[in-house]
Write a protein that binds this ligand. Structure first.
Ligand SMILES: *Cc1c(COP(=O)(O)O)cnc(C)c1O
Length: 401
């Protein structure tokens, strides 16, 4: 007789229950219908204040029409990975248009931003190389670096002096590193601050390092007409060799991309395993991304409105006495301290008709819990006033003001 053995999957439930017990599990909220300025969340009509859809493009008529038309002409799937039979005229056109928008020699589109980082970083650096990373970089960068065999060094958040220390140490390393890659988020998603990319680029050129910027939260927000952080700092492609971004945030759709030299793109598409081995975007997605680029070129007013609303919100929140941190972008954290307070504030805001989620430990330090708000160009000034009033009411109730 076989003796009964322990259930090998018992950890699934126990680890999940540990999360529930610590109140660290994700409680997924369901949107009924589109992500719009006023969305239906869990059956309640609320002001959307935590979506990455900065410009409201996810529900823009031009993008919807383009997607529908692409289904009619190209079907619902690409049928393959990009290098085999999954590159349609639409995919090629999107890359041409994106490169033009970015002012780069060439662009390459991946399925997601995560696929771009995890596919490209481990090809740019490997054994005998060094990656120098901001301590608050996004998880997809961290995973990309882990997949490489490169050594890694972390510098203090957005601190050029500490970056220089790391680069000087790297120069003393023996044997000397084959390549050095500096990598940073462009806009940091928890605090809304901007990486000092001009200083990073200057240090990199002085030390013979490459620069890779992940501009997921800068595109559609910073720079001329929302062209991103490289445009914001007026940097050249020689100074920032890899500009990575996503179609899932301000562009309102889904997809990752990198822009830079033709050499970079030739290298990237021949080597990134995520690009080579995973199915390409369906036509509707590509056509919607293409329409998003066109909307940004044609209607710069979305970006202007985003900043007007952002200034309106930040000014009023600071005047009320809220601690809104060091943000320089449409991401505005409202710092409250304890996790439990952040959760109560979020709950109360939801009851008052504003959907904004708490960010708590382990995503941020234990005493730095916050509500993270993200502005959206599709909100009216009255909508923003509505949110400010809800914050004022809930803030007073919780004795934050
Ligand atoms: C959202 C985000 C990503 C991932 O992009 P997706 O296209 O959604 O996979 C990568 N990096 C940063 C900094 C992000 O904020």
């Amino acid at each position: 007789m076989v003796s009964p053995v322990r259930d090998p999957t018992s950890f699934l439930r126990s680890e999940y229950e540990e999360l529930v017990h610590a109140d660290l599990d994700w409680k997924i909220r369901i949107l009924d219908g589109a992500s719009a300025p006023w969305s239906i969340v869990e059956g309640k009509k609320v002001l959307m204040f935590c979506s990455n859809n900065y410009l409201g493009l996810s529900n823009h008529p031009a993008l919807k029409e383009a997607a529908i038309e692409a289904v009619r002409t190209h079907g619902v799937g690409s049928g393959s990975v990009r290098p085999i039979a999954g590159t349609m005229d639409l995919h090629a056109e999107l890359e041409r248009r994106l490169a033009r928008f970015k002012g780069a020699e060439a662009s390459l589109v991946y399925q997601t931003g995560f696929a771009a980082n995890s596919g490209l970083i481990p090809q740019l650096v490997g054994e005998g190389d060094l990656v120098v990373s901001d301590e608050l970089n996004h998880g997809s960068i961290i995973d990309g670096v882990r997949l490489s065999r490169a050594e890694r060094a972390v510098y203090k958040h957005a601190d050029p002096a500490d970056l220089e220390r790391v680069l000087l140490e790297a120069e003393r390393h023996s044997p000397s590193y084959r390549r050095v890659l500096i990598i940073s988020d462009g806009v940091f998603s928890m605090d809304g601050d901007i990486a000092p990319l001009d200083k990073i680029a200057a240090l990199a050129s002085g030390h013979g390092a490459m620069v890779y910027v992940d501009d997921a939260h800068g595109e559609g927000v910073l720079g001329e007409g929302g062209r991103g952080i490289v445009s914001h700092f007026h940097l050249s492609r020689e100074q920032v060799q890899v500009e990575m971004g996503t179609f899932s945030k301000a562009f309102g759709v889904v997809g990752g991309h990198v822009s830079g030299s033709r050499d970079l793109v030739n290298f990237a598409y021949n080597k990134s395993r995520t690009w080579l081995l995973s199915g390409s975007h369906p036509p509707a997605v590509v056509a919607a991304c293409l329409a998003a680029v066109e909307v940004l070129e044609r209607e710069p007013e979305h970006v202007q409105r985003l900043w007007e609303r952002t200034r309106q919100f930040k000014k009023a929140m600071a005047a009320l006495g809220f601690d809104i941190g060091r943000s320089e972008t449409p991401i505005t954290p409202v710092l409250v301290g304890e996790s439990s307070v952040a959760k109560r504030l979020s709950q109360r805001l939801f009851e008052l008709g504003v959907f904004a989620l708490p960010i708590i430990f382990p995503m941020v330090a234990k005493d730095r819990a916050r509500i993270r708000t993200i502005m959206n160009a599709a909100l009216t000034p009255e909508d923003v006033d509505f949110a400010i009033s809800a914050f004022e009411k809930a803030g007073k109730e919780l004795a934050l003001l």
